[in-house]
Structure formats: C-alpha cells, structure tokens
Ligand binder design. Structure first.
Ligand code: PEP
Ligand code: MG
Length: 586
C-alpha cells in the first residue's frame, strides 16, 4: 500500500539520467562545524552516552565500508579504515573529549569536534606529507562521528537502499558513495557541469540538483521517486504516478537497446567525416561500460579521482602504474588520454581546506598550477604515466594551462622524467603524445603558439565556458548565464581548432558540451576531430553524429557567427539536431 500522504512534486535539474524509487535518507546538513551548545552539569552523562552510541555506530559504518571495499578489486582504500577504527578507540583522545565536556559544559558534538580538530591541526602544521594525510583521516573520522551524533542516524550508506537527499555533496562525497545503497541522490544546490553531477553520470546514479529548498513533505524514510531525466523529485508518489513511471522506464529501456546496436558502427557523419568518439572516465571500474558502449578508448581520464577516491591519500608510483596500465589495456589500440591531476576548484587537494579559505578556488591553485608547485607529486605521476606507456597506447594531457610558460615547464619536467627512467633502464614510449587542455580563454588565444609544443588540444568546455563568460560552473544562481553556445566561446574554439589544424594538431572536446546533442551540430561544424563523453552517453552521441551532415554543420557555423545572441545560436543548432535525430528528443 502506498502512503496516504499527498503526492508532492518539486523540480530541479536532472543531471544524471534514470529513475530511482526508495525511502529518503538525509545527508546531515551543516554538521561539519557543530555549534557549541551549552549544557547543564547534569547532562554530562547523557551527552557521554550519546557519544558512546555514536562511536559504536561509526565503528559499524566503517567496518561495513571496509568489507565492501575489500571485495572491490579496483580499490586501494580498505587499509585506511583500519587507522580510522583505531582512532575511535584512542583513550587519550576520549579522555580529552570528556575533560572538555566537563570543563566547558558544551554539547558533546562540539567537544569532540574541538579535540579532534586540535589533533588534526597539529599534524597538518608539521609540514610532513604523511602526517598531513593523517590529519585528513582525523577530519574524516570526526565528520562521521558528528553526523551520527547529530541524530541523523548512521551515514546512510551503512543501512539500506535509499534515495539520498542533501543540501550539497562534494565530488569526493559522490566518488566514495556506497553504490550498492544509494539508488539516486538529489541536492538543493548544484549544476550539470559540477564534478558531483559528472561523477553521478559516471557511476550511473540517477541525480537531480538545484532543488533550492526541500519541502517538509520530504521526511526521513518516506517514499520518494527521483526522475533524473526530467529533474523531478516526487514525494509519496501515487499509484498512478508509479504506473506512468513504469511506462517511461520501459520506453527508455527499448530506446537504449536500439542505440546499443550501434556499438560496432563507426562514428561518421552521413557525408563521411570521421569523428573519433571516446569516453571520459573517473574510475577504472567504468571501463566495462566504455567497452560495452563501443567507446574508442578514453579521451579523458580524470586521474584526480584516483586520489579523491583514496580519501586524500596520494597513490604511489607503482599503484598509479598498475591502474593506468589496466585502463590502457582495456582501451586497446585506441588508447587512453591520461590527464594529470586536476586538483583544486571543487576537487580539493589535501592542503586545501574545504572551508573556502581560497577566496576564488576556481581562479586559484588548481590543475597544472598545483602540479608545478608540487613537483614530487607531479613527477611521480608523470613517471607512472610514462611507465604505463611502455607497452600500451597512452597519451598525457595537462589541465588548466593558461600560459606558454606552464606548458614548457610541464614538458621540461616530463623530459626530466624520461631521462631518469632511461638511466634506470625502465621502458616507456619515448614518443608519447602530449596534449594540452584548452579551458582557459588565454590558452585559446595563444593556441597557435601552444600547438608547437603538443600533438593535440582537448577543449575542457566546462571550464572554458565558465572562464570566458565569468559564470561559476557550480553556482545555480547564475546557471541561466552559463551558455555554451555563446559566440565568444564558439569564437575561441574556432580560433584554436584552426590554429591547431594548420600545424597538424588535432582537437577534441571532453567537456559536457560534447554530449549535448542540441549543440552537436555546432561542434561538428567547428571542425572538431574527436569527442569524449561519459560512457553512458556514447550510444546517443554516436547515433547523433551518424545522422548529421558535416557540410550542413559547417554552413551552420558560418551562419551563427553573424549572430550575436547565444540563445539564437543555440536555437539554430537545435533546429538541425531535431531535424536529424528527432527520436533523441522524446
Ligand atoms: C572541462 O573543464 O570541460 C573538463 C573536461 O575538465 P573538468 O570538468 O574535469 O574540469
Ligand atoms: Mg576543466
């Protein structure tokens, strides 16, 4: 029997397709920094009892994650949790928490947070990489305990399948999400090009973001239906609603089966232009889907997720070699483009606090800037990429390059790594192809100079749009200004693609724009050679490419450069898209 409560619908932005139905679980709001609520002396014992319960819940939670990870061959995270369990038993820490509780008469959340925070700060200040990692572990444990204390129950992934609702989720929350239990998630904030949304698509978790404010009808445990296609959240769905969704799911499944038939067909336009269609991945575990959907290898491996997925512990050179080799082997002759760590922005590096200490993280210490400052980490990664290239087809690519100097310096370090490996008698591909991401307008403007140093360009349009239009890609308040079809964005792309082609440098697009089928005619008309999209989007994009006529697309591009408004350009492109593949818009 369905609940008698009235059905309530709210809409946001569907960022990861699929339907999820299940009980609601909340990710605790604002418990990261608990406020120091005063307590009376007679509450000390009951506060302490709450802590003991929360510690036990946290132990169980960690053990269950550990078990799951132990069964997951691709993961290297299980060992970290032993240390987390030990921290929960640490007598001197607990003694200090008790002392703080008694001396300050504040709630146990705050006492616990203060004591663990002191330990974490002390470790992070020592300036030792290993100890800094331990300080992240302390924060992680503290967060889990505080969430349990906050009365939200154990962090939902320890319990049963559910639809997770949260104010916001970080990319690393999403990356470490319990995939067996989280049926789907919805957040009050967020945007389609945030890394949280990108990871949801990669993991095949239906998701809706930008819900603004969750209504009171959304209660812990009550049934909710999440529609990741239309961006809807439906609390207490009626029997009629559920039946209509059964129909929608059956239709989608039939459409997907049809698209899957294209697996082994080429991604050529109807007049014969070949567009290499490869996949974006964040995790090794996505490779089976890439191959099932007929991807021509990997056009963007976001390796920073290897780091984020390890709870902020840097993978060693050998671990990276093993991981990169496995991805490359799965890619076969098409190969993999390994992007060096793109930490920063919304993907935080261990020495970047999550409390917004950098005033403008997307304009701050990010991507190649972090790598050039943290040479050891960069060299470890480059050596690993080179070693993985010995027998497999591997290319390397640098993110967030804004100046020629950065590219020259990165290539110089790559050269240094090659020399070291040579002297150590270690094999690698001496001719490894190097590419640069064009995601900062300055890089597009100097593309003809950059082209002399690389074999390919890859447009990171998620960032290129945000930096060209000064529109934060994760801020839904300005989402209507985030216009990939803006003539300034297309103009920069055209300039760089043409500059590349003059020097035999091919161009790909690996931002989310590559899987926006209404914009595809523009990308094809601009002359891109490659598109790299989420593994789940490969069949749809291949189908669309095959229906398009390259010549018609080039004419479209010529025409739109005479227009000024993004909306109009987008509309002209949509007309062609809907004419060529109307079935994809149903
Ligand atoms: C991009 O910016 O378009 C891109 C592919 O990189 P990321 O989304 O990881 O920033
Ligand atoms: Mg980017």
């Amino acid at each position: 029997m369905q609940s008698q409560l009235p059905e309530v619908r709210i809409s946001g932005i569907g960022v990861s397709p699929g339907i999820a139905l299940g009980p609601i679980a909340f990710r605790a709001w604002a418990t990261e920094e608990p406020s120091a609520e005063a307590i009376a002396p007679e509450q000390i014992e009951s506060e302490w009892a709450r802590l003991e319960l929360a510690l036990e819940a946290t132990r169980q939670e960690i053990r269950s994650i550990q078990e799951r990870i132990n069964n997951d061959a691709g993961s290297n995270r299980a060992g970290i949790f032993d240390a987390h369990l030990l921290m929960l038993e640490d007598k001197s820490v607990l003694k200090e928490v008790r002392q703080t509780l008694e001396d300050k008469l504040i709630c146990v959340e705050s006492a616990f947070h203060q004591v663990l925070g002191r330990y974490a700060d002390a470790l992070s200040k020592i300036g030792d990489a290993y100890l800094s990692d331990r300080s992240i572990d302390i924060h992680d444990v503290s967060r889990r305990v505080i969430r349990n204390l906050a009365g939200f129950g154990p962090t939902p992934h320890a319990t049963e399948p559910h639809v997770l609702l949260a104010h916001d989720l970080t990319p690393s929350d999403t990356a470490t999400m319990d995939r067996d239990f989280v049926l789907g998630f919805a957040t009050e904030v967020g945007s389609p090009t945030s890394h949280t949304a990108i990871v949801a698509r990669s993991l095949g978790i239906p998701a809706v973001v930008g819900l603004h404010k969750l209504p009171a009808a959304m209660r812990w445990g009550s049934t909710v239906l999440l529609d990741g296609y239309a961006g809807l959240l439906i609390a207490n769905p009626t029997a009629a609603t559920l039946a209509s969704y059964d129909e929608i799911q059956a239709k989608k499944a039939a459409a997907n089966t049809k698209l899957a038939e294209l697996r082994d067909r080429t991604s050529r336009t109807s007049d014969g232009r070949l567009i290499t269609l490869s996949a974006n991945i964040e995790f090794l575990q996505e490779m089976p889907l890439v191959n099932k959907n007929g991807g021509a290898g990997v056009g963007l491996y976001r390796t920073e997720f290897f780091y984020l997925d390890s709870n902020g512990r840097l993978p060693t050179e050998d671990e990276q070699v093993a991981n990169y080799k496995r991805v490359a082997q799965e890619c076969g002759n098409s190969g993999v483009i390994i992007r060096t760590f793109d930490l920063g922005g919304d993907k935080l590096f261990r020495s970047q606090p999550s409390d917004g200490a950098e005033p403008n993280p997307f304009l701050g210490w990010r991507g190649i800037r972090v790598s050039l400052d943290e040479r050891d980490i960069f060299k470890t990664q480059l050596r690993a990429i080179l070693r993985a290239s010995a027998k497999e087809k591997v290319r390397v690519m640098y993110p967030m390059v804004s100046a020629l100097e950065e590219l020259l310096e990165a290539n110089r370090i790559l050269h240094e790594c090659k020399s070291e490996l040579e002297s150590e008698d270690v094999d690698f591909d001496a001719e490894i192809e190097v590419g640069v991401m064009i995601e900062v307008p300055s890089a597009a403007v100097i593309a003809s100079r950059l082209a002399r140093e690389v074999s390919f360009f890859s447009f990171g349009t998620n960032d290129l749009v945000q930096y060209t239009l000064a529109v934060d890609r994760i801020n839904e308040k300005v989402a209507q200004l985030y216009q990939p079809a803006h003539p300034a964005v297309l103009g920069l792309m055209k300039m760089a693609i043409d500059a590349g082609h003059e020097q035999n440098v091919w161009s790909g697009v690996c931002g989310e724009m590559a899987s926006d089928i209404s914009i595809l005619p523009l990308l094809i008309g601009l002359g891109v050679d490659e598109l790299s999209v989420g593994a789940g989007q490969l069949p749809m994009v291949k189908f669309a490419i095959r229906q398009l006529d390259y010549k018609r697309c080039t004419e479209l591009v010529e025409e739109v450069f005479t227009l000024g408004e993004a909306r109009e350009i987008h509309a002209r492109s949509s007309v062609i898209a809907k004419d060529c593949y109307p079935e994809l818009f149903n």
